[in-house]
Write a protein that binds this ligand. Structure first.
Ligand code: HEC
Length: 141
């Protein structure tokens, strides 16, 4: 799958899953998703597409700075998911949130180094942690 196809598939999976969740009270996880995880990862996915060596796009220094800042926010969000009240369990939840933090850290380092190949790989890893966690936990917080 190309990077763009993957991002589209991931975005559709998130939309489909969120539509299926009943609108009851707002959990802290849901608030964090909408306030921090979604905006920061949307920017990272977009820069991931631009930074892909096959895209032919030159990523500007200002754009790399935005990407690095977004990755830092995402990493902090992933760490906060590992603590109460958001930590659901110490097993797969811990693993998926740690994978999200690791992907964000890799993205941040790649953005600082302006390394397009590593940045788009980190964006792909990040997308996998979103889908893995939603498949198991969405609707359970
Ligand atoms: C460690 C688990 C975990 C990871 C990783 C994760 N999410 Fe979530 N996400 C959840 C859970 C749980 C919900 C459901 C929250 C609820 O409805 O109470 C959710 C809900 C969502 C929603 C729906 C919000 C709504 O208003 O219903 C979106 C969009 C979302 N996540 C995006 C993302 C994206 C993008 C990523 C990756 C960058 C990501 N999530 C990573 C656990 C995770």
């Amino acid at each position: 799958m190309s990077f763009k196809t993957f991002v589209l598939a991931a975005a559709c999976a998130v939309l489909a899953a969120s539509g299926a969740v009943a609108a009851t009270k707002t959990s802290p996880v849901k608030t964090l998703m909408n306030k921090t995880v979604v905006p920061s990862s949307t920017l990272i996915f977009a820069v991931g597409g631009e930074a892909d060596p096959g895209s032919g796009t030159k990523v500007s220094p200002a754009r790399w700075n935005q990407a690095s800042a977004a990755a830092g926010r995402l990493k902090a969000a992933a760490h906060s998911m590992q603590k109460p009240p958001m930590a659901v369990d110490q097993k797969l939840w811990k693993r998926y949130s740690a994978e999200l933090a690791a992907a964000a850290d890799k993205a941040q380092k790649a953005a600082v180094a302006k390394n397009g190949a590593r940045f788009s790989q980190a964006a792909n890893d990040m997308g996998e942690s979103c889908s893995n966690c939603h498949a198991k936990y969405q609707g359970r917080t």
